[in-house]
Ligand binder design. Structure first.
Ligand SMILES: Cc1cc2nc3c(=O)[nH]c(=O)nc-3n(C[C@H](O)[C@H](O)[C@H](O)COP(=O)(O)OP(=O)(O)OC[C@H]3O[C@@H](n4cnc5c(N)ncnc54)[C@H](O)[C@@H]3O)c2cc1C
Length: 289
């Protein structure tokens, strides 16, 4: 059930990201979306670590894998945990049969401006990767930033830290959302130029709502290209047209990525299926055998 096995197949992977729901309604929405996406035969499903009272990521990952039969990956952050607690979480994941971990630093705690290191914890994903690799024989994914991480001093240094995560034991990268493929190609060239030779999967967020996407890009430091922003704003009063334009843009973006040798496409689904189904069907993507 390791994700890195999939990359031995030349066909790009197709994966979906979900977050742990906070109530019964959200849980129904999540499991409905997963079943609606099942016919697309996803390569894997990943579950974010949200904190703030959300149900435990590892339990949900294990359920999606063991009960629903999908290859699954648990996101794990340094944020909020001591090293000892992280060790316990990794042991639990391993004992529950989870074999794939996306090792992340995490963001600022609610109400804070910047990330602060938990006492006795890790300050960067580079250290979490090393710790995770030493704990059990996990398949480890890490985050990459086509436009640079918002706190990076510069793109070159950010690329060096990405390489350090691979050198410390990570097996593949998944990117932050982006809308201009040129950013992805430049980042891929930059990290490959440093010697990174693992699969690099593109993170794609279909635009479903103008206010929502502006909030997301504001949080993660991504940029909406001006012509796309102008188009979206002109349609803002008509939600169905925004949705259609967002789906159309994502189809074109993914077609270009697939034509240019991307290792996989990872959809940020926001626990909804409609746009992801439309895009994946238009692309004719099928999970490797
Ligand atoms: C695919 C994906 C999934 C995500 N899932 C989640 C999630 O489930 N939960 C969640 O809370 N957040 C999630 N995030 C957001 C992520 O936690 C933030 O972007 C966070 O700010 C950085 O995490 P990282 O693992 O990339 O950190 P790092 O790789 O540690 O990088 C953070 C910053 O520190 C720098 N840096 C890296 N290593 C070092 C080092 N050794 N010394 C000094 N500086 C260093 C980097 O250049 C960068 O500026 C996700 C992001 C992506 C792209």
């Amino acid at each position: 059930m390791r994700i890195d096995e999939l990359f031995q197949n030349p066909q790009p992977t197709l994966s979906f990201e979900f977050f742990p729901p906070r109530n019964q309604e959200g849980e129904t929405q999540l499991f409905t979306a997963i079943e609606e996406l099942r016919p697309l035969k996803p390569s894997f499903i990943s579950v974010t670590r949200t904190g703030g009272g959300a149900p435990p990521t590892i339990d949900l990952t294990a359920r999606i894998q063991n009960d629903l039969g999908f290859r699954a990956m648990s996101h794990l952050t340094c944020a909020g945990y001591t090293q000892e607690q992280i060790g316990e979480l990794l042991d639990k994941a391993w004992n529950d049969g989870v074999r794939n971990i996306l090792a992340l630093r995490g963001d600022a705690a609610p109400g804070e401006q910047t990330f602060s290191v938990t006492e006795g914890g890790f300050s960067a994903a580079t250290d979490l990767v090393k710790f995770t690799a030493a704990r059990h024989d996990f398949c480890i994914g890490v985050a990459g930033y086509p436009e640079g991480h918002p706190q990076a001093l510069n793109l070159e240094r950010d690329a060096k830290y990405f390489k350090m995560k691979i050198d410390n034991g990570a097996h593949f990268g998944v990117t932050q959302l982006f809308f201009d493929n040129a950013d992805f190609y430049r980042w891929r060239d930059r990290v490959q130029g440093l010697g990174v030779d693992v699969p690099l999967v593109a993170g794609i967020m279909p635009i479903l709502n103008v206010a929502q996407i502006k909030r997301f890009v504001g949080m993660c430091g991504a940029r909406i290209p001006e012509p796309l922003l102008v188009q979206l704003e002109s349609l803002e009063s008509d939600p169905a047209s925004v949705h259609a334009a967002g789906v159309e843009y994502a189809i074109r973006q993914c077609e270009d990525l697939l034509a240019n040798g991307v290792s996989g496409i990872h959809f940020y689904t926001l626990n909804r299926s409609k746009a992801t189904v439309l895009i994946s069907q238009a692309l004719g993507m099928k999970h490797p055998a």
